[in-house]
Unconditional design. Structure first.
Lengths: 350, 293
């Protein structure tokens, strides 16, 4: 076996205990939730507890990239890890695959135990759709995992990586909520159409899995709507139009995975432990959040918006000072802050 | 042969090394010396692949060190190597075995016994010297063709230094391992190394055989009966001069016999040649470059 295979096996062996612990915790939480749903009478309560599987997938796809690659944020570790005779891209790929295999294991065990439990204890759900949900959720799990691996990989310290992951989780949440409230709903109302497009949830990183789960809960948890469609399959078919989104998410997942490996190879060991200067880090996040805040205040018809622009500008500058750990900001920080302010002014004008 | 060709490296916008050219033969032990911040550790990190050089080439027996095969021939022991709270000697052995499948457990076990270390104990409880011995045991079990040691004697007690040097010498003699060792313990290096490289002002300021280099200098102690002045010595190739009344301690650069006859021409009452060591040579070299004055 070549170094790549040996290293992958070593990584998996090394993380076996952690994987087993995560699996046990996931199974316990899932089983408690599902049995609770069933105990309360699933038909009336109308829930398989599918959302708990999605929640667990979301959590592990966020936490495992951090655990799997945090060793690369310490220069002392890199002195040892980077001299090993393995190409940098192979090392990155091994850590990526190892993390994803751990996720597959934890999620699959949790999922199929839950599936078996539901099948054994209920007969009123369309559980035949569960494997399909599993396949789609795995794809979205890959997307989330790749995305958070990429974001965490952009940071030079563990703390920065965690903060950046949290900020990226909700990066467009305010923007999408405001656009929905300010533009989409009024537009549809003006056209006298019932509002069916709700973008408010799409600004968070977990939107795809949340949407998928809502759809499958709708399909699996048999209800009156489905009966009106005469069959569950016909009812499910109405969601086919949304399947194109999987190509979009798949592309994002692949781009993130490639971006993670490329960044891993290109980033020098010298940067470990230094201030995180990635374009996908604070440089971009501070103006986005500044702009988002102003949009929110504008939407809420906050008084004295000009004053808020000044306050947000000051908050952004403070954000950059915290990021740089210094009062001496770089020209690029001022440019990014300026862009944020211009966007704020333009946003306020229109 | 391990070769470094035209190496230039920047960290951020700052140039750390410029146009470094260096080579190490098999079975040779090179002492890498320089003042703090000269770039010794950076150079070792660059050779070992921890850092990627901005410019330049590293060859191991003619093969580029970017290739896994060539990288497998070198072993880098950093100043403060990686370990976690759970790391044991055994777990480190297993990790290194992944990358060096021919790693020899018997050699590892022999050195662990020799250093009186327990491979099952977490190394967080080890002293720095014990950890260094453990990593030396790992390095020797890998049987690398070239061994890179950063701040090698740091944290080792005299007994541990002796055991450490013995182990490295054995690898050099038995396997023909080439060693680059950075340290500030120049007296240790002199005993241990056959050649040296002085890193200064971002490049290899001087390099070569230690004994030959030390022989270029000679140190004398002189006593005069008459009053003397520094001007008396101005025609000589003086490296350093300490004058205390009529007593002089002088270091000259040149052949011993020639220097002695030049000094005798000054009619000292007493002239005594004193031994010169690598540390003194280093101090004079760096003084000559504007440091320590």
């Amino acid at each position: 076996m070549k170094t790549f295979g040996r290293y992958l096996l070593y990584r998996l062996e090394n993380s076996a205990l952690r994987t087993v612990v995560f699996t046990i915790i996931s199974v316990i939480i899932t089983q408690n939730t599902i049995s609770d749903c069933i105990d309360h009478g699933a038909v009336e309560y109308n829930s398989t507890g599918l959302y708990i599987l999605a929640t667990i997938l979301g959590i592990i796809c966020t936490v495992i990239p951090i655990l799997e690659t945090m060793c690369f944020k310490n220069r002392r570790n890199l002195d040892t890890l980077y001299f090993f005779p393995i190409k940098r891209w192979k090392m990155a790929t091994v850590h990526f695959l190892s993390g994803f295999i751990q996720i597959l294991f934890i999620y699959s065990v949790t999922f199929f135990i839950a599936y078996g439990y539901l099948a054994a204890n209920t007969d009123y759900f369309a559980l035949g759709y569960m494997p399909l949900y599993y396949l789609f959720s795995i794809l979205l799990g890959f997307v989330m995992y790749s995305f958070f691996s990429f974001i965490f990989g952009q940071a030079n310290t563990v703390a920065d990586g965690v903060v950046m992951c949290i900020l990226w989780m909700f990066v467009l949440s305010i923007v999408s909520a405001v656009i929905t409230g300010k533009v989409v709903i009024p537009y549809l109302a003006a056209k006298d159409r019932e509002s069916v497009i709700d973008l408010s949830g799409w600004g968070i990183a977990y939107a795809p899995i949340n949407n998928l789960t809502v759809i499958f809960q709708d399909i699996i948890e048999v209800n009156k709507d489905a009966l009106e469609y005469n069959s569950q399959a016909r009812y499910a078919a109405r969601y086919i139009s949304q399947m194109y989104m999987f190509f979009v998410w798949g592309a994002i997942g692949i781009a993130s995975a490639v971006g993670y490996v490329v960044a891993f190879v290109k980033k020098g060991a010298e940067k470990a432990g230094e201030i995180s200067s990635s374009l996908f880090g604070y440089k971009l996040l501070i103006p986005i959040y500044g702009y988002s805040l102003l949009m929110l205040f504008d939407w809420l018809e906050f008084d004295s918006l000009d004053f808020m622009v000044v306050l947000i500008f000051i908050a952004m500058v403070i954000g950059y000072i915290i990021y740089r750990r210094s009062f001496r900001l770089k020209a690029s920080d001022l440019i990014f802050t300026g862009c944020g302010v211009i966007a704020m002014i333009l946003g306020a004008m229109f | 042969m391990l070769e470094i060709k035209n190496l230039t490296h920047f960290i951020g916008q700052k140039k750390i090394l410029e146009n470094v050219n260096l080579s190490l033969n098999e079975g040779s032990v090179m002492g890498l010396v320089g003042i703090n911040g000269a770039g010794k550790t950076t150079l070792l990190r660059l050779i070992s692949g921890v850092y990627t050089a901005t410019e330049g080439e590293f060859l191991c027996d003619g093969e580029s060190l970017t290739e896994e095969g060539a990288r497998g021939k070198i072993f880098f022991l950093p100043d403060d190597p990686y370990y976690t709270i759970h790391t044991t000697g055994r777990s480190l052995y297993q990790m290194y075995k992944v990358f060096y499948p021919k790693m020899d457990y018997e050699v590892f076990d022999r050195y662990m016994t020799e250093f009186d270390l327990d491979e099952k104990k977490p190394i967080r409880n080890f002293s720095k010297g014990m950890r260094r011995q453990l990593y030396v045991a790992l390095a020797l079990a890998v049987r690398p063709k070239y061994l890179l040691l950063d701040e090698a004697f740091d944290g080792l007690d005299p007994l541990a230094r002796l055991a450490f040097k013995k182990a490295i010498n054995k690898a050099v003699e038995e396997d023909g391992t080439g060693v680059i060792i950075s340290s500030h313990s120049l007296r240790e290096l002199e005993d241990f190394c056959d050649c040296y490289a002085l890193i200064d002002k971002m490049t290899v300021a001087s390099s070569g055989d230690i004994a030959e280099r030390v022989d270029r200098y000679c140190k004398f102690q002189l006593a005069f009966t008459n009053e003397i002045s520094d001007a008396m010595f101005s025609a000589l190739p003086v490296v350093s001069l300490e004058r205390n009344g009529r007593f002089v301690r002088i270091v000259l650069e040149g052949q011993q016999a020639q220097m002695k006859s030049m000094l005798e021409a000054l009619n000292p009452a007493v002239i005594e040649q004193m031994p010169m060591d690598f540390e003194e040579m280093f101090i004079h070299e760096v003084e000559g470059r504007g440091y320590l004055k």
